[in-house]
Design a protein around this ligand. Sequence first.
Ligand SMILES: N[C@@H](CCC(=O)N[C@@H](CS)C(=O)NCC(=O)O)C(=O)O
Length: 219
Amino acid sequence: MTVGKPVVWGVGTTRTIRPHWMLREFGVDYETRPIQSRSGETYTEEFLALNPKHKIPVLQHGPVVLSESAAIATYISETFDPPAGFYVPTDPADRAKLNEWCYFVIAELDAHTLYVIRRHDGLKELYGEAPVAVESAREYFLDQLNAMAGRIESAGKYLFGDRLSVADVLLMTCLDWARLYHIPLPDILTAYQARVGDRPAYRSAFEFNYPTLKIEDAR
Ligand SMILES: N[C@@H](CCC(=O)N[C@@H](CS)C(=O)NCC(=O)O)C(=O)O
């Protein structure tokens, strides 16, 4: 069966940059449908047929239709030939360690903290104002980052040494998100963010995903 180019739906957010960055790291030619959140574009009949949760990003690749940015990033890493500098473990124990980082970033940094700040501060007119929850989320975000800072420092250039992984893509996008909210990062994470931020695929994805932002805005 001929599977055409992958198609990525969505731009403009910390979740949507993940597939754009991954496909650029892997050198995969792909198409885009640059729809945006809260624009009405996630509620069209065509898009709801792909993702009834009306959320971006979505990846289409032949018969595969995926939502959830972490699942999409993992799918890309396991479907296309990894470039030399990308870590894709096959041993179950190694995969489990990678997953441990991915789930940590998605649960503790993205969903439990940054998204709480987004909903109840940035989007308070939609989801309600909750200053106590926002402050507590900021503190918990930094608590969890500080707890992992030593591990990040000892890992080397990236979370798994010299090679980038899906976990780095997820972590980096959360660090950018935090900086866009003016949350100061521990020095170790600032240095990590600068290292990862030098990658050409990241820079190209950032420019595509956030046409009105500069990388310095997330520093
Ligand atoms: N857990 C999902 C979250 C997706 C999500 O919340 N997307 C937001 C933009 S970052 C969205 O599409 N919002 C549009 C809407 O709520 O209609 C992921 O990581 O992909």
